[in-house]
Design a protein around this ligand. Structure first.
Ligand code: CTP
Length: 424
């Protein structure tokens, strides 16, 4: 297994070496588990470490955080902790546990358990392996369900027949992993997955959990594939039975992906995009306004997420027609686009081939976006203007001048307001 640890970035190797020491000092066996081990074996980059502790995960995490001088967040109730390392790397630490589902799609009842029990509660064989991080131990992969075999044959396989019944979100996870790694869902697993879908189990899951799984799916490198697969299996109805995933969705997703790449390449300093949100909003295109509002409510989108989806559907026709004209003033471009989120603008761009529109959009991002005045009400007050509607009129004029490149800094803005005040 050492050969796998070698593939990790230096900082994570250091974490493992320190964790190994903590394991010795506290006499708590520690293991690398789940997706990070799967990806290590596959040779896929994964910067999140998952460590399972036979003992007390929180005490272990506190010791490790002290050694690494890193930030620590603990969830006492779940026996879990997260270490946040300097450059955004994350280490999840959890006490090994067993889970029992009181009924289908319920949240599991959790008790501490052995490593074996911890592996047994997991979704797929490829995610149910562990390796000890102790330096003195033989570095053999603990693989009770044949995960290595399934990894090398490219198979997604559940551990027992009730897996999808217990946790129907695994339906989405199976599709997501199979598309991501280009793996086949093993025949019996597929049969049980289809059965779970036709039994309507996805509708039994708390919609907020479905929202989280859907986001993960839409964050995949190529989200069209799992979404199409979900639709082919008749499982998209947990969002709405009216969604249509066809050639036009594929073309739209492709166009969104291009727009995102353009944005990231040209504006690397801007805030990171929630790319999943652009795809999610695009999916809702066949629905009515009321249906969109209902879905957003049911899936429990946060306020900011809701706004970014609805603002696309609310004003898009008027906005596209205004910005497709040959001559549009900078002020108009600014007023139309500045209130919108980057995600909304990217979706607008992906659905609008018009050349003028694209040019105004580029201008917006390059020149106008975030433009603010350097002067304030204080400066106007100093010139004897009394607070009131006059303030807004003057500010609007200065902003127009700034968007047109006629004023550029505080000095020229001040000169302009002096002129405007004298003229009134
Ligand atoms: N897990 C599970 N059932 C779920 C969710 C998670 O059994 N419904 C287990 C799996 O063993 C998984 C681990 O918890 O490997 C960690 O979950 P998560 O971080 O969601 O999955 P990863 O496998 O790390 O997936 P990704 O590569 O997408 O981060």
């Amino acid at each position: 297994m050492r050969k796998y640890f070698k593939k990790l970035p230096r900082e994570l190797r250091e974490v493992i070496s320190q964790a190994s020491q903590v394991s010795q000092e506290t006499r708590m066996p520690a293991y690398l588990v789940g997706g990070c081990l799967r990806d290590l074996i596959l040779g896929v980059k994964n910067l999140d470490l998952d460590i399972a502790i036979e003992g007390n995960g929180i005490i272990f995490a506190q010791n490790l955080a002290q050694k690494l001088k890193s930030r620590l967040k603990t969830h006492e109730r779940f026996g879990t902790a997260i270490l946040i390392l300097s450059d955004g790397l994350k280490v999840d630490i959890a006490t090994t546990r067993q889970e029992k589902y009181p009924y289908s799609a319920a949240l599991p009842v959790v008790n501490s358990g052995s490593l074996k029990e911890d592996l047994k509660r997991r979704d797929f064989t490829i995610n149910a392996m562990a390796v000890s991080i102790a330096v003195d131990k033989e570095q053999k992969i603990i693989d009770p369900f044949g995960g290595q075999d399934d990894l090398s044959s490219g198979r997604i396989r559940i551990l027992h027949n009730l897996s999808f019944k217990d946790d129907p979100t695994r339906i989405l996870r199976a599709i997501r992993f199979s598309q991501r790694f280009d793996f086949k869902i093993e025949p019996k697993t597929l049969l049980l997955l289809k059965e779970a879908i036709s039994d309507g189990l996805l509708d039994k899951v708390n919609p907020h959990r479905m929202h989280d799984e859907l986001i993960l799916m839409l964050k995949e490198q190529n989200p069209f594939r799992p979404i199409k697969e979900l639709d082919d299996l008749g499982a998209l109805s947990f969002i709405s039975t009216k969604l249509k995933i066809g050639k036009s969705t594929q073309a739209l997703f492709k166009s969104i992906s291009k727009e995102i790449a353009w944005f990231v390449k040209n504006f690397p300093a801007r805030r990171q995009l929630d790319t999943w949100l652009v795809y999610f909003a695009a999916l809702l295109a066949p629905l009515t306004w009321l249906e969109i509002k209902l879905i957003i409510y049911r899936l429990g989108l946060r306020k900011g997420e809701q706004k970014r989806v609805t603002s696309y559907y609310r004003g898009r026709k008027k906005l596209i027609s205004s910005l497709s004209k040959k001559q549009v003033a900078p002020e108009q471009i600014f007023l139309l686009l500045e209130p919108l989120s980057y995600e909304t603008i990217i979706l607008l761009s992906a659905t609008t081939p018009n050349k003028n529109f694209k040019k105004y959009l580029a201008d917006f991002f390059e020149i106008y976006n975030g433009m603010r005045l350097c002067i304030s009400g204080h400066d106007l007050g100093g010139l004897g203007v009394l607070p009131g509607p006059e303030y807004q009129k003057i500010f609007a004029k200065v902003l127009t001048a700034k968007l047109n490149g006629q004023v550029r800094n505080r000095q020229t803005e001040l000169a302009l307001i002096r002129k405007l005040v004298q003229a009134t």
